[in-house]
Design a protein around this ligand. Sequence first.
Ligand SMILES: C[S@@+](CC[C@H](N)C(=O)[O-])C[C@H]1O[C@@H](n2cnc3c(N)ncnc32)[C@H](O)[C@@H]1O
Length: 377
Amino acid sequence: MEQYKTVAIKNEYSNTDIMSAFQILNTAGIQTELDDNNIILNFDIVDMKYIEYQNKNNRLIGSVLDELLKIRSFSSANGKIVFKSFNKAKKVQNKDENKKKRLGYEYYQKNFAKNNNEISEKVVNKIHCANSLEFLQTLPDNCIDLILTSPPYNFGITYNNTSDVNVWEGYFDKLFAIFKECNRVLKNGGRFIINIQPLFSDYIPTHHIVSNFFFKEGLIWKGEIIWEKNNYNCKYCTWGSWKSPSSPYMKYSWEFIEIFCKDTLKKDGKKDDIDISAGEFKKWVYGKWSIAPERKMKKYKHDAMFPEELAKRAIKLFSYKNDIVLDPFNGAGTTTKVAKELDREFIGIDIDEAYCKTAKERLKEADTLFNHKQQKD
Ligand SMILES: C[S@@+](CC[C@H](N)C(=O)[O-])C[C@H]1O[C@@H](n2cnc3c(N)ncnc32)[C@H](O)[C@@H]1O
């Protein structure tokens, strides 16, 4: 018995239409594939309202809706369409009991001190030019709500002050010393979000090694987001053994975002301090974020920034207004700028003076936006 309904649509659409349509369809519950001539859709439960709402003159979305509406065997539940070929019998039974038997994340979770601490006002809402390891050692335990960061990847990117090429063992030793301090300063219930990319050409699975570090530290692995950059540059790089199984080279147009929680998955906060909209929530809990790479790296003179949209999603989805957000590798200050714009408190640390200067200037951009908002209100 088939588990999913499958529909094939002849592929006569532009790459742009396909890329934007796939994101919408995936969010609505449809798995998408391409073969030589067709677009293949696999689905069981589909959020038709979402597709209809997102249908902004994308021709492919129009055709998909036509095809779905032709299917007669469906029922609707909670505003979603359930297509009949979905095989209920295959669904896992006794989920809760099974989870208890397996122990779930309790198998590796460590218990941390429950009490959270205040942090000195002197260090908050500032950019600090320092080595993170030394700076973090000056902060109390359990005082930060959210850490959002992207560490140096050891790729050989030219940062002003630090070398980005080290023997891997030394690289991980340095990184984990800083991450250990981060874990210490994170509040009970706090979240740690790391954008990290393996160096595929060295065959080092950095994202797995980093996740394993947090696993051993006993933080709960909340999940992973694929940051799809739709970066077709990789189309043109090396193929490895062209047209031979001898050693083909794999290509990636995405990066990884790993999310960890300290002690508990639940984070308490005031209802009034929630600022994520229903539409944002629905879109962003889907674990693939299609966001273009930062385009202003030249302007900000930093070669490895993440885009503001990434910071915005991470901060709104995982923290409340007035929470304290820390970036220990703050670079040109994307995290701190966005945190400020979103009415969070923030601390940014970077070892490089020029980057810190840029980060401070970007805080002024956030001020301008704030004043503009106030004038409008
Ligand atoms: C990948 S970049 C972060 C970019 C940032 N997410 C942005 O959007 O601008 C990593 C940063 O870590 C900084 N860095 C490297 N070692 C450091 C250390 N020990 N302490 C503080 N910052 C460090 C580098 O100067 C670099 O700016």
